[in-house]
Design a protein around this ligand. Structure first.
Ligand SMILES: [Zn+2]
Length: 279
């Protein structure tokens, strides 16, 4: 599979979708090009990690300018490794953009059909999963670490869209930069919960390296969850980028928890005037 993300100006854009969908802006940041000092050097985009919040705001402004989405249009979440998903509208714009306190509470998934709304989630090893239904102009993003993955948040999002009448052949997903199998060791406690979500015919997404110690492929497991939810294999893109192997990213594991966060984002940047005036 060709790599769906392309590095441009210190960030990875979801090139394969942006080329085909006019007005779509989607991507994933790196740690480069911002103002924060160690251990957050330099493009930390999260308020909740004890970085200087003025620096985080400045970093967010830098990104806003690069991608053509002013901060008043951003929506951010208080992420809790749960499976709550929220539909976002124009009324939510600006929530969590400049302050953690007014971000959308207890949410790890966003979707919208509206223009001029940027859905954002923070990551450092957890899996960003982007969703797109071009016909309905619906877009979404989830945050899926091991806890979100075993709660099948990606499957929840897909099920929701399918129950709204979207045809599975017109539903696309892209799995973004996150920790790779070689870098991600887990114990029996995690593997028991992974086994609980697997069906008998699913590929096993982990290997046991020594007694009670496993390497887990979270991207592969999320891919399986999406396929089991009904997405055709060919509609799912998976990046080869690992946040821990690759030193242009923050990695919660590699950096022992003291680190910043990248931002995954997706939005339609074109205001459509007849839709605006009919609202
Ligand atoms: Zn790796």
């Amino acid at each position: 599979m060709t790599e769906p993300f392309r590095l441009m100006n210190d960030l990875y854009i979801l090139d394969s979708w942006m080329k085909k969908n006019s007005g779509l802006v989607a991507g994933f940041t790196t740690r480069n090009g911002g103002k924060s000092s160690e251990p957050f050097r330099s493009m930390n985009l999260a308020f909740h990690v004890n970085d200087n919040s003025d620096d985080v705001c400045e970093n967010r402004r830098i990104l806003a300018k690069k991608i053509g989405f002013p901060l008043q249009q951003w929506v951010s979440a208080e992420q809790t490794h749960g499976k709550n998903i929220r539909r976002i509208t124009q009324n939510d714009r600006g929530k969590g953009a400049l302050r953690y306190e007014d971000s959308i509470k207890d949410t790890d998934g966003f979707y919208t059909e509206e223009k001029g709304v940027l859905l954002t989630m923070c990551y450092a090893d957890c899996v960003p999963i982007y969703f797109l239904a071009p016909k309905q102009q619906r877009i979404g993003i989830v945050h899926s670490g091991w806890k979100g993955t075993v709660q099948k948040i990606a499957g929840e999002m897909a099920a929701k869209w399918l129950s709204d009448g979207i045809d599975p052949t017109e539903l696309f997903a892209a799995i973004g930069p996150s920790i790779c199998q070689n870098c991600y060791q887990v114990d029996d406690r995690v593997i028991q919960q992974v086994d609980a979500v697997l069906s008998p015919n699913d590929d096993i997404p982990y290997v046991e390296t020594e007694k009670g110690c496993y390497q887990l492929d979270l991207k592969a497991l999320n891919r399986t969850i999406l396929e089991n939810a009904g997405l055709p294999k060919e509609n799912i893109l998976v990046t080869s980028l690992c946040t821990s192997c690759h030193h242009d990213f923050y990695s919660h594991r590699r950096d022992n928890g003291k680190t910043g966060r990248m931002l995954g984002f997706i939005g339609w940047n074109k205001e459509v005037s007849h839709l605006e005036s009919s609202r």
